[in-house]
Design a protein around this ligand. Structure first.
Ligand code: 4IP
Length: 252
């Protein structure tokens, strides 16, 4: 398998994929998440370059309240997506036209409903600018630090234990920014509870429960015990939750 290695090859691939209309070139993971969450809908997807290197792309897909990213590789003129290999872009695209069901290791299924276009018409209207001399704040260009919180979304069913009555209930969990919410199910609009990860001190695997694939979230007033369907899924939740905690620590 040979991947493209020079700029001219990269331009060729950009041209080839650009014909798709839903290839977003160097759109970052963060921008893809923000775009699909704010303006896409369940099943919207786009293709973008991945930072994993030449020939590597990412398919970003909007689920209900989260965005999932999948690898796509280009080798020679074939496209490799999951267990499928498509010998041409044409074949790859035909696959998407059939609105395939995308399954992940965690057992969640998403229907790839509609591609999110790279080009969207917007009114070409600009506001006139009147710059006034600002009061002297003493700030310099060094103070202009570009900063934005990561979205880092995830959602899915987990089984949780009550605090006093120790029964186990399946709940729909969503994670966005530093909020972990749980709902009765994935059709409910109103969360039962919102957990602020800023007050969470640890996330770890838990072997104290009779259930398997359990992990716990430690808060000052309560430790939440949650179980996933599979070990892979529990691992994914732990990974992203720990990543959030490490980001919060960095920001302190
Ligand atoms: C409830 O049991 C549910 O398990 C609640 O979970 C739980 O609240 C309650 O915990 C527990 O008593 P019943 O439905 O049989 O009454 P959920 O809110 O997900 O429905 P938590 O605080 O875990 O959400 P206690 O601590 O109120 O007993």
């Amino acid at each position: 398998m040979s991947f493209y290695s020079d700029a001219s090859n990269r331009d060729e691939i950009n041209d080839e994929l650009g014909s798709l209309g839903w290839y977003h070139y160097d759109l970052s993971r963060h921008a893809a998440e923000a775009l699909l969450l704010s303006n896409g809908s369940d099943g919207s997807y786009l293709l973008r370059n991945s930072n994993k290197g030449p020939g590597c792309f990412a398919l970003s897909v909007r689920a209900k309240d989260s965005v999932k990213h999948f690898h796509v590789r280009r080798a020679n003129s074939s496209y490799v997506f999951g267990f499928n290999e498509f010998s041409s872009l044409q074949e790859f695209v035909s696959h998407f036209a059939n609105q395939p069901l995308l399954g992940s290791d965690t057992g969640t299924l998403i229907v790839l409903k509609c591609p999110y276009p790279w080009h969207v018409e917007e009114p070409s209207i600009y506001e006139s600018v009147r710059v006034h001399t600002a009061i002297q704040t003493g700030r310099t260009e060094i103070d202009l630090v570009a900063n934005a919180p990561s979205l880092g979304t995830k959602e899915g069913y987990l089984v949780k234990q009550g605090a006093v009555v120790k029964n186990w209930k399946q709940r729909w969990f969503t994670l966005n920014r530093y909020e972990l919410k749980y709902f009765k199910d994935n059709r409910c609009e109103e969360a039962i509870r919102t957990l602020n990860l800023k007050t969470c001190s640890a996330v770890q695997f838990d072997y104290s429960q009779v259930r398997v694939n359990c992990f716990c979230l430690v808060f000052p007033e309560r430790t939440f015990y949650l179980c996933a369907k599979t070990g892979v899924e529990a691992d994914e939740w732990i990974k992203i939750l720990r990543w959030k905690l490490s980001q919060l620590k960095k920001g302190r």
